[in-house]
Design a protein around this ligand. Structure first.
Ligand SMILES: *Cc1c(COP(=O)(O)O)cnc(C)c1O
Length: 305
């Protein structure tokens, strides 16, 4: 289950800027991890599915917004690996369903729409117990999939590498993926996290907690770069959109506007500002999320080519 046939590819980017700065930049194509699930959500679900199956639980429940990559991946994985899935979705059901939720329903997910206030109790024991009463024996995965088993899955991003990089760069939502990368490196090299949302202080604590939970250690070879969230989750400006479209035509790699586009924009901006010294080797993790482009284009008018 969840066997990834071969390590995801690492692609070197070549450009005048990189040559001029004498920096080598590589992208790990986690977006190509599976033909349907694009990216890190596959890694994050792997050990959760294994545990649910081992415990004999047949239903897995989680939480997400209407465009959630996590919900999409969960629904698909449930369909493919034989677990029923229940998605607690923030907001009202709006017909027709957007492409993310339409897929999730087609994959067989039972979707339950709750108002924002109810959704906010997603981590409270009383709410989780109510859900258990209602849905029976369920395996609950938190929003975004970030628990200690997700961290374990994401350490494998690093285990797959067979060369060294000075910096690993990755987009952050809940920070589970970054925590896995940090644990995988076990204190060597440098890790930069690019939050896709505002509110970096909470995130920093959450990541520290996940790292400690998984490894019983604290590491200090990582930092969050808070300047590239473009005012918040799913917010954007024209610079970001042009960057994403230019990046695809220059390097042939699609980026999503919520996570990977912002991270890569940040990496290039830091490059221009000489954040990295000459001779540095950088690995940027393409965490996927490409399914979200359809919904983004539907809402905002085909901005992403
Ligand atoms: C969810 C997601 C992230 C963030 O992962 P976290 O583990 O929540 O930090 C980054 N990139 C993409 C494409 C995602 O879907």
């Amino acid at each position: 289950m969840f066997e990834i046939q071969k390590p995801t590819a690492i692609q070197e980017l070549k450009s005048e800027l990189l040559q001029q700065k004498q920096i080598r930049l590589f992208v790990k194509r986690e977006d190509e991890i599976d033909s349907v699930i694009s990216g890190n959500k596959f890694r994050k679900l792997k050990y959760n599915f294994i545990k649910a199956k081992e415990s004999g639980i047949t239903k897995i429940l989680s939480f997400g917004g209407a465009y959630s990559n996590h919900i999409h991946a969960l629904a698909y994985a449930g369909n493919r690996y034989g677990l029923k899935t229940i998605g607690i979705i923030r907001g009202e059901r709006i017909e027709p369903l957007n492409p993310t939720l339409k897929d999730a329903e087609d994959f067989g997910m039972q979707m339950v729409f709750v108002n924002r206030e109810t959704y906010r109790s997603k981590n409270m024991d009383s709410f989780l117990n109510d859900l258990r009463k209602q849905y029976g024996d369920i395996y609950i995965v938190p929003e975004g999939g970030s628990n200690v088993l997700a961290v374990q899955g994401c350490t494998e991003i690093i285990e797959e590498l067979n060369e060294e990089f000075d910096y690993i760069c990755c987009s952050c939502g809940t920070g589970g993926t970054l925590a896995g990368i940090i644990c995988g490196l076990a204190g060597v090299k440098n890790v930069l996290g690019f939050p896709a949302l505002k509110g970096g202080e909470f995130l920093k604590k959450d990541i520290g907690r996940l790292i400690f939970e998984y490894s019983d250690k604290e590491f200090n070879n990582w930092e969050l770069i808070p300047n590239y969230h473009f005012r918040g989750y799913a917010k954007f400006d024209w610079d970001l959109i042009s960057f994403i479209n230019d990046f695809k035509s220059e390097f042939g790699i699609p980026l999503d506007p919520v996570y990977t586009g912002k991270m890569m924009f940040g990496v290039f901006d830091l490059l221009r500002r000489d954040f990295f010294s000459k001779g540095t080797k950088i690995l940027a993790i393409h965490t996927g999320g490409l399914q979200g482009i359809r919904g983004f284009n539907e809402r905002f008018g085909n901005l992403i080519k």
